[in-house]
Each structure stands twice: as C-alpha cells, then as structure tokens.
Design a protein around this ligand. Structure first.
Ligand SMILES: Cc1ncc(COP(=O)(O)O)c(C=O)c1O
Length: 388
C-alpha cells in the first residue's frame, strides 16, 4: 500500500516478514530526514531551539493528534518519552494517603500493571482487576465493577495488548462512571492510528494515552496524553515543564501548574521523536492517508493471512486457538493462544529461523500487520514442516 515510503527499513530487512509491527512499526523514510533536521535545527538554534520547538513543532504535532482523536483541543495534549510517566503523573496527583480504589483489567500493559501492583502493597489502596476473559461478558462485568466499587480511578485499554481484542463500547463505559470525581484513563496505544478513534464526546472526561512507537510510526520517545479540562489534580511527580511559559509568573515557592495539557508535563526530553512523528503525519496529510484506509488494508491482510494459514497442512496455528470475536472490530494483530509458554517460544524461534518475525507474551503468539505489508508477501508455508 505505502511500501515505497519504507525503503530504508525494507532494504535493511530483505526477505523478512515483519509481523512484530504491533510492537514497533518500521519507520517511514521521511523520519530519517526528520532526524537530520533535528540535528541541524539544534546546530542552528542552539539555546534558542526550545523556543523554536515550542513555537513550531509542538503545536503542529498537537494539531495533528487532536485531529486524529477528533478532540479539537490541541492544547490539551502533553508529551512524554513514554506513557508510564504520564499515567503515573496523574496517579501521583490523587490523594495517596486516603482510601483509594482503582478498577482496571487483568490485561493492561506492564507499565500500568507493575505500577498498580506496587501501589496495591499499601493498605489504603485497593486494586480491582476484572478479567478480560470471557470477552463476550467483559464489558458488562467491567461496568458492574465500576458501579459496585465507585472507584477513584478507572483504567482500561481500548485494544488489549495481549490479545488484540477491543473494548466494545467506550461510550457505554464512560457513561457507566456515574461519579464525576472518578478519573477515567484509557490506554489507547494499540488503537491510535490503527482503528479509527474518535473521543470527541469524551474529550472533557477521559485521559487518553498513546504514543508513536507502534501504529503511528514515529518511533520511541514520543508518547502523549489528552487531558480532559476540569480534571487537573496536582501531580506529586512533576517537572519544570509543567510551568513552562509561566516561569516568570511563578516566583513563590508554591508549586503551580499550567492549566492546559502541560499541567502533566515532566522535564527536558529528546525532541527528535516529535520531529519524526510530525514528519510521518505531514506525509499522511500530503498523501491523503487516513487511519480508516490503513485499517481497511490491515483487515484485508488479516483475512488473507488467516485464509492462507488455515489452508496449510499444519496443526499449530488453528482456528480454535485464534483469539478473535469480531474481525470487523479487532486490533491490528492476531493472537494465537497455544497450549503453553514453552511451545509458544519454540514456535516463535522456528518462525524467526525462517525470517518470520513475531513476538509472544507467555503462551500467546502475536502477528501484527502494517501498511508496508502486501497480501502477496504472506508466506507461512514453513509451518507445513514444523514438527513442534
Ligand atoms: C497497551 C500498551 N500501553 C503502553 C505501552 C508502552 O508503555 P510505555 O510507554 O510506558 O513504555 C505498550 C507497549 O507495548 C502497550 O502495549
């Protein structure tokens, strides 16, 4: 589809079928020039480069992302090198000495899971994890847990990292949170730039997290959070960028915060990711590439992949092991649940030896798809000789 934009990564990996793109996409060629531009601008502007970044680069990237989320609130976006930093900043603004309840799932990415497991060690913090399986009843069980526990924080992925399954109804979930003081945080990393996302209705209610390393193709170091106006707590974990632009004003020892998304900013970071991400979104704009078009392409790839694999004489990647309930509403990777972690690791290694890149989490093997894939490239015939 857009293969000609990825010549550097494709040439460096000839003969490889890269199905680990749910973890990290290849970077489009324009991102290489963006890295050089970052260097050149650093040389050109030296100390003044921060002013330039904040006047030129940050607002333009905010504007692209606000459009992709359909919020029309670019100023409510804040950047950080990773999502962990952002989510922990919000958590650190809660009253950690009071009784706190967090309702989440058993399928959140490690950044959040590890953090809440640690918080759960405190007697006053209660973490309720609703199992995603069986997925058909997940949404209603999750909403019941919210109603029953009246939590201080609800945290849920839009697409679950360990299956590709999708939270069915974000609107219903947000409506289920009746207490206006409850913070709602959606981890959109596996949805952003994969599935068409529209959070317009909830832009004043939810924190939305995502980043560039996966489907947005900007590489690592460029994560963001949409911050709902009116939900500005006072993060304990705060950096001086949270006062950026206001430093002249805040002369006292009182810790004050910006009133837009930068309320949750940290400190000095490497802005090359911002350059890369901006170059990718500018390219999409120029070429009229939309998430809907990418999504449709990936859906076709997934269907072709499944037809191919299920048509082979093999018994390891079977229909019954595929974790998918609705091909029309699924993340951009397919997950096969195998009997155990060791079988999964062996199969992963076998595929890797045949230049088929996948990844796995425990006993779940994942195959991701991207704009730089073509149906004609799909070839897993080596499975017919697999003895594992
Ligand atoms: C759902 C989800 N959230 C977040 C992340 C990344 O977390 P962080 O930005 O803290 O490294 C990943 C990475 O794979 C993920 O799958």
């Amino acid at each position: 589809m857009l293969k000609h934009h990825y010549t550097h990564f494709l040439n460096a990996n000839q003969g490889v079928q890269h199905y680990a793109c749910h973890s990290h996409h290849y970077w489009p060629d324009v991102s290489r020039q963006a890295m050089l531009d970052y260097w050149d601008d650093s040389a050109r502007f030296v100390d003044d480069k921060w002013g330039y970044f904040f006047a030129e680069k940050v607002p333009r990237l905010q504007s692209h992302i606000a459009k992709l989320l359909n919020t029309n609130l670019p100023e409510q976006l804040v950047f950080a090198p990773n999502t962990h930093e952002l989510l922990f900043r919000v958590i650190s603004g809660m009253d950690l000495q009071s009784e706190l309840t967090i309702v989440t799932t058993d399928s959140e990415f490690h950044s959040f899971t590890r953090q809440v497991n640690r918080l759960d060690e405190f007697n006053n913090i209660h973490v309720i994890k609703v199992p995603v399986q069986p997925v058909k009843s997940f949404q209603s069980r999750f909403m019941d847990a919210i109603e029953y526990n009246d939590p201080n924080l609800v945290f849920c992925s839009q697409v679950f990292f360990n299956s590709g399954l999708v939270l069915k109804d974000l609107d219903a979930l947000v409506s289920a949170v009746k207490n206006p003081d409850t913070l709602i945080m959606i981890d959109g990393y596996h949805a952003f730039c994969a599935l068409p996302v529209d959070i317009e209705k909830h832009r004043n209610r939810i924190f939305y997290l995502a980043g560039g390393y996966k489907y947005a193709q900007g590489g690592e170091g460029v994560c963001f959070m949409h911050v709902p106006k009116g939900y500005l707590n006072r993060p304990l974990y705060t950096g001086w960028y949270a006062e950026f632009g206001e430093l002249q004003k805040f002369k006292s020892r009182k810790v004050d915060y910006a009133t837009n998304g930068f309320h949750y900013a940290g400190s000095t970071m490497d802005y090359s990711g911002i350059y890369r991400q901006l170059a990718v979104f500018d390219l999409w704009q120029k070429e009229k590439v939309t998430v809907a078009v990418i999504h449709q392409h990936v859906q076709q790839l997934q269907q072709a992949f499944l037809n191919h694999v299920f048509g082979l004489k093999q018994s390891v990647l079977t229909e019954s092991r595929l974790m998918m309930v609705n091909p029309e509403n699924h993340g951009h990777f397919l997950t096969f649940e195998l009997p155990d972690a060791s079988i999964t690791a062996t199969l992963h290694d076998y595929l890797k030896a045949h230049k088929i890149e996948t990844d796995y989490r425990g006993n779940r093997l994942r195959f991701g798809f991207a704009p730089y894939h073509a149906i004609a490239d799909i070839d897993l015939s080596c499975l017919e000789n697999y003895g594992g």
